[in-house]
Design a protein around this ligand. Structure first.
Ligand SMILES: Nc1ncnc2c1ncn2[C@@H]1O[C@H](COP(=O)(O)OP(=O)(O)OP(=O)(O)O)[C@@H](O)[C@H]1O
Ligand SMILES: [Mg+2]
Length: 296
């Protein structure tokens, strides 16, 4: 997580906490809580139609080459969606478009039914509730597990002052919850730099979760993990389904199998478009998919 985006996510979470404490709860749907039971505020996504993320005809050109080619894709609220596809298919570029890092040449990208992500900056997108994990873990190695999580929660880059101010009861509860989720409750005072690769990945996921993003984008989260770490990561993601929407890009088919459990949808990207979509067994039996993977 970059410092800017960490700050943005923390500000959003603080605003949520304040609003929840106020309990006014006016929403665009006439006072009914929108998805996830949260009241809808200005700048926050409206999930009343059940769609968390919608990309339509998104095209990205790099020197004339189309990294994304009229990509159309939609992810439901609370859904855990795996995206697979050979190297260069455009998976990371798709995440770059959702998070505002890359501006498409054409197409539309919506968060909920009301937030046009192409009009927002990277910071605003993080503030709207989209968290992203890049492939390489980026934690503060010289700080403890707990300090890393506290920083993510507060979003204050002035480390010393951030760590000296007191956490609220609700913040403490959230940290305890996140520590349990990522399996690092027994390692709170351990320096992040001393964690295994897998534990660093979990810590970074925990830093995202501390900010309670509505949509989580995870790019190759189990790369470099042991089999056991991979299995625990699958359990973690499955436990997040429902409360968050998750988009997981991964090459490890065993992991995808663990996540989908024969019943969740997988999307196959190829040359910047959706080549196939369906259950893992269905797409793996699809001749076009086999050809694309064998052609690697
Ligand atoms: N900034 C850039 N400039 C030029 N070409 C780029 C740029 N970023 C990506 N590409 C190209 O766009 C295509 C899609 O890249 P992308 O990184 O999205 O693929 P991917 O599906 O994430 O692949 P991998 O599985 O290897 O991570 C590739 O051919 C890549 O070389
Ligand atoms: Mg990639």
């Amino acid at each position: 997580m970059t410092p800017d985006l960490m700050d943005a996510g923390a500000r959003r979470r603080a605003a949520h906490a304040q609003r929840d404490a106020g309990g006014t709860g006016r929403t665009a749907s006439g006072g009914r809580a929108a998805a996830f039971g949260r009241p809808l505020a200005a700048g926050q996504p409206d999930f009343a139609h059940g769609v968390a993320l919608y990309l339509e005809d998104v095209t990205v050109r790099f020197d004339g080459f189309k990294a994304l080619n009229a990509l159309t894709l939609s992810v439901d609220v609370g859904e855990l969606r795996c995206i697979i596809g050979p190297n260069g298919a455009g998976k990371t570029t798709m995440m770059d478009c959702i998070t505002g890092k890359t501006r498409p040449d054409a197409g539309r990208v919506f968060f909920g039914q009301n937030i046009d992500l192409l009009r927002l900056s990277e910071t605003q997108i993080a503030q709207a509730g989209i968290g992203r994990k890049f492939q390489k873990p980026t934690v503060y190695e010289s700080l403890s597990v707990l300090d890393n999580l506290e920083l993510a929660l507060r979003g204050d880059r002035r480390v010393r002052s951030a760590l000296q101010s007191r956490l609220s009861g609700a913040q403490r509860d959230r940290l305890a919850e996140v520590l349990q989720l990522i399996g690092l409750a027994a390692q709170t005072s351990r320096l992040a730099g001393l964690l295994s690769h897998g534990q660093k990945q979990w810590l970074e996921i925990g830093m995202l979760l501390a900010q309670d993003p509505t949509l989580l984008l995870l790019d190759e989260p189990v790369a470099g993990m042991t089999d056991e770490e991979t299995e625990r990561t699958a359990e973690l993601f499955l436990s997040l389904e429902g409360r968050h929407s998750l988009v997981v890009v991964e090459h490890d088919m065993h992991f995808v199998d663990l996540l989908t459990q024969g019943r969740r949808k997988v999307t196959v990207l190829h040359e910047g478009s959706v080549l196939a979509e369906g259950l893992l067994a269905q797409v793996q039996a699809d001749e076009r998919v086999v050809e694309v993977y064998l052609g690697r």
